[in-house]
Ligand binder design. Structure first.
Ligand code: ADP
Ligand code: MG
Length: 257
């Protein structure tokens, strides 16, 4: 039975998509069967694994709004062991179209149920909001991984996210756990980074991953080549650290079991 992990933070540009793509690819690299689900209308995770959005016939929109079976929308990527349910800009309408529908918060959960058996990990890249798409992701998930950018005001907005997580636990998914907090885009040359790490560790304690993602030029370049870092530049620091993170995620799962 696979584990479903949402990558969520309503702030944009904190490394959700970069982490979804690269953690998925590294988990797959370690021999796990992985499904990446793109729930951001921007579709950056989709193009990040080399899928041309112009060629996508059906996407997560058809699953959420039109009840198309998830299996029919799932496509393989160029990365071994990694499949994706893509998103296109069509999804932008879903947030509004879902409002009057029945069981609108549990649509993704229902459609992923049949796929849970087939994968070791299902990772969901969330959009930068706490709307219905993120609620669907959190309701489907066993846990949530929160990327936090190493910058001033790193913790700002997190209480809103934690509050949403608590509401989901109370009303929609009582099993939802915090998988971990991932520090991203660390600039090791500044003291600010160190201060932010201390602050975030004080708040989240042992929930913070030991692996801290550095700001790395190759990580920023990889998406424009439609590749995760592990195939784009496997020797880069970015690839090394995302692989370490994948090992931490696997080890944490084994500890809980
Ligand atoms: P989000 O999905 O939270 O909006 P992204 O993962 O898309 O954030 O990251 C925002 C931008 O920063 C993207 O252009 C991405 O390529 C870049 N980026 C993310 N992480 C890193 C990193 N560790 N080093 C360099 N650039 C990064
Ligand atoms: Mg994103």
């Amino acid at each position: 039975m696979g584990k479903i992990i949402s990558i969520a933070n309503q702030k944009g540009g904190v490394g959700k998509t970069t982490s979804s793509v690269n953690l998925s690819a590294c988990l797959a690299h370690l021999g796990n069967k992985v499904l990446l689900v793109d729930t951001d209308p921007q579709g950056n995770a989709t193009s990040g694994v080399g899928v041309n959005k112009a060629d996508v016939k059906h996407c997560i929109y058809n699953v959420l709004v039109e009840d198309m079976p998830a299996e029919e929308v799932c496509i393989p990527t160029n990365v071994n062991n990694l499949d994706i349910i893509p998103a296109t800009i069509q999804l932008a309408g879903a947030e509004i179209e879902l409002v009057p529908t029945i069981s609108r918060e549990i649509r993704l959960k229902k459609s992923l149920e049949s796929l849970k058996e087939e994968y070791d990990y299902i990772l969901i890249d969330c959009p930068p909001s706490l709307g219905l798409l993120t609620l669907n992701a959190l309701t489907s998930s066993d846990s949530v991984l929160i990327p936090v950018q190493c910058e001033y005001y790193a913790l700002e907005g997190l209480s809103q996210l934690l509050n949403t997580i608590r509401l989901v636990q109370k009303h929609l998914n009582k099993h939802l756990m915090i998988e971990g907090v991932l520090l991203t885009m660390l600039d090791a040359r500044t003291n600010l980074g160190i201060q932010v790490i201390d602050e975030v560790k004080k708040y989240f304690q042992d929930k913070v991953y030991q692996s801290i993602i550095p700001r790395n030029v190759r990580l920023g370049e990889a998406p424009s080549h439609g590749q995760p870092i592990i195939t784009y530049d496997p020797k880069s620091r970015g690839a090394e650290v995302y692989l370490e993170l994948a090992k931490e995620v696997v080890a944490n799962g084994e500890r809980v079991r």
